[in-house]
Design a protein around this ligand. Sequence first.
Ligand code: ADP
Ligand code: MG
Ligand code: MG
Length: 199
Amino acid sequence: MLDADFFRRWMAATAASVDREAERLTQLDSPIGDADHGSNLHRGFAAVMAALETEAPDTPGAVLVLAGRQLISTVGGASGPLYGTLLRRTGKALGEAAEVGVEQFAAALRDGVEGVKKLGGAVAGDKTMIDALEPAVNALGDGFAAARQAAEQGAEATIPLQARKGRASYLGERSIGHQDPGATSSALLIAGLEAAAEG
Ligand code: ADP
Ligand code: MG
Ligand code: MG
């Protein structure tokens, strides 16, 4: 079973990897975006960690709803409302249980991904975070390591795609040949689950 501490560790692991990879995320956002993805997420996850410390939510759902709210209010870019919706919607689906099973979490995360698709209008293959998140959710039944691998493969598979959503889509065919920054940060988020499970 996964408790509030597990979800706190998930956010902490993601905040740490976003810190570590901020430069790379911003570099990926340079040729096909506006070179701010790393700094956007760095700011967002710093706010998430600060809020988790001051408000100390005590259920899995409350941790994720709070985290999502922080991302929406502190990340200026497109990714803030999208990641915020992902976490908030996932948290809402978990309800008020003190502990949740992995299957329940997988179903909730699927809800979250549906929320992102609805808000942003992207489907798989549009060269967005969905290209990492959707395969990860589909692989989650096989464990956190399988989900991480699926997300990483999904992020790499965005390289030959032409962007159809977000800033990168303005470039048309010139968006081909670059890895999507949001799919890359989504792989970091999913990798955080494995780190959280290791304690
Ligand atoms: P901005 O483009 O506003 O500067 P960021 O650089 O923080 O925002 O985030 C860019 C990422 O957001 C993209 O790489 C892509 O993965 C994701 N993204 C943008 N628009 C959408 C959308 N409509 N649906 C899903 N993901 C999107
Ligand atoms: Mg950007
Ligand atoms: Mg921007």
